[in-house]
Design a protein around this ligand. Structure first.
Ligand code: OGA
Ligand code: NI
Length: 201
């Protein structure tokens, strides 16, 4: 994979979009997996803040999530995780980010849900460096809403990104962003490439 557009865009505008990242079939398989797991009631309403101190806060986000594990048996999920790991290594080689690991979850936004403007880094622990979102929504229309709104550090809107099938976006985790209210079920796989946490002494 040629890293240049990815590293160039991340450095110069803070984000990079790759359309057609996986095969159409792999994307469809991931969508089916997400729908199946959602219908089994395995998604949980998402929380704000670090796991230990988190609390449900419906005024900021109303999506539901399911964390992925490294040992997932679904081959499409395995390929997804491997390809994210490749991007992580590529960013380490080209930008010396010192990324150590990533965490990722499925997300489902039902009609009427949203995620208000936020940043993905926690105030107490800034180990999340690169955010990524992979969208699973076939034939998404503009009027469905649900776009990702990305802002610069001065809170100026820099891009509206529609959650289109087989689209991957990577962005700097320091950038504010929000998910506009969606009018159709919206599926994605969201995650963060992280540096190792420093020991608290
Ligand atoms: C998040 C988030 C963006 C999106 O989960 O932190 O900002 O487009 N998601 O789903
Ligand atoms: Ni976010």
């Amino acid at each position: 994979m040629n890293s240049e557009p990815l590293t160039y865009d991340l450095c110069n505008q803070g984000f990079h979009i790759i359309d057609g990242w996986l095969t159409a079939e792999q994307c469809q398989t991931l969508r089916s997996a997400a729908e199946e797991l959602y219908s089994q009631g395995l998604f949980r309403s998402a929380k704000i803040g670090r796991h230990v101190e988190s609390h449900e806060n419906n005024t900021i986000r109303t999506d539901a999530i399911l964390w992925l594990e490294q040992n997932e048996t679904n081959p499409a999920i395995q390929i997804f995780l491997e390809k994210i790991q490749q991007i992580l290594q590529l960013l380490n080689q080209s930008l010396f980010l010192g990324l150590n690991e990533f965490e990722t979850h499925f997300a489902n936004y039902q009609p009427g849900t949203y995620y208000k403007k936020h940043i993905d880094q926690f105030a107490t622990q800034k180990t999340r460096k690169i955010s990524f979102v992979y969208y699973l929504n076939k034939d998404w229309q503009d009027e469905y809403g649900g776009e990702l709104k990305l802002y610069d550090l001065d809170e100026r809107l820099i891009q509206n990104i529609m959650p289109l099938e087989n689209r991957l976006i990577c962005f700097n985790s320091t950038l504010p962003h929000e998910v506009a209210i969606t009018h159709q079920p919206r599926y994605s796989i969201t995650g963060w490439m992280k540096t190792r946490a420093l020991s608290p002494i």
